[in-house]
Write a protein that binds this ligand. Sequence first.
Ligand code: SF4
Ligand code: SF4
Length: 281
Amino acid sequence: MKIAILSGKGGTGKTTVASNLSINIPGCIAIDTDVEEPNLHIFLKPEIEKNNIVTKEYPVIDSSKCNLCGKCGNFCRYNAIIPAKDQVVVFKELCHDCGGCKIVCPKEAISYKKRVIGSIYSGISECGIPVKYGELNIGEISGVKIIKDLKKSVEREKIVIIDSPPGTSCSTVAAVENSDYAIIVSEPTPFGVSDMKMVVEMLREMKIPFGVVVNKSGIGDNEIYEYCNSESLEILLEIPYSEDVARLYASGTTFSIKFPKYEKIFYNLFQKVKSEIIKEA
Ligand code: SF4
Ligand code: SF4
C-alpha cells in the first residue's frame, strides 16, 4: 500500500502530515522523495545506516567513428546531444539516460559513462520506523532517477508513506506514480487553493484516488471548503492552527509525539485512507 503526501506548493505542512502519519502506522516505512530539499529526516531523525550513491549515464562520442549525421540530435527530446559543425556536443546534466541516441546512431559512435547525481540514505527513526530519503547533488537538474531508485528500493514493503515534491513537476509525477492513494495537504488561503487546483488536475489525470488534509485550519478564508465542496473532494482531516504546533515544527519535532491526542487522529486518518483504497480496489 503506497500513500503519497503532496501539496500545491512548499511550506503547507506536507512533511508535517507525512511524519505524523508514518509514526502512527505500525509496520510502515517512510520515504522522502523531495530530493531537492529533503526534510522528512529532520523530523523523524533516523540514525543513518546506509548511504547508496545514485548514478546516471550520459553519452560519450567516439569522434573517429562519428560522421556528424545528426541522427542523435534529432532523436533527443531534451537537447542533451547536439551535433555541431565539427563535433557532437553533449550536455550531460540535460541527459535523461534514455539510451535512445545510441540506438539511432548508424556508426556505433556512442557509448555511455556513469556519473554520480546524488545519494539515498537509509536508517531507523528515533520512533523505530525505517526511513529513506534521496538527495540530489547541487547543480543537478533532475532528481527523477533518484526518486525512481528510492521507490524501487521499497517496492516490496507493505505500507509506504511517500513524502513527495511539491507542485506538479516531473519529480512529483515520478513520486506519486503507482500510488494507491494520495493526500493533498493545503492551507485555507487563496494561494494554497490556487496551487492545489493543479495538483487535483494532475491526480485526476493519473487516476489516483485522493483526499484533502486542511492544515492550519481556522486561519485564512472559506475558499478551500467551497472549492472542495464544488469538486466533491473529501476533506479527510483538519489540523487547527496552533502556536504550540508551529513552535514544535520550527524545532523539527513531530508534534504527535508531544501531543498524544494526535496519535489517534493520525491513526484514524490512515484507517480512513485504507478503507478508501479497499473501496477502490
Ligand atoms: S548519430 Fe552517431 S554518427 Fe550521427 S552525429 Fe550522432 S554520434 Fe555522430
Ligand atoms: S541518452 Fe537519451 S536523453 Fe540522453 S542524450 Fe541520448 S537521447 Fe538524449
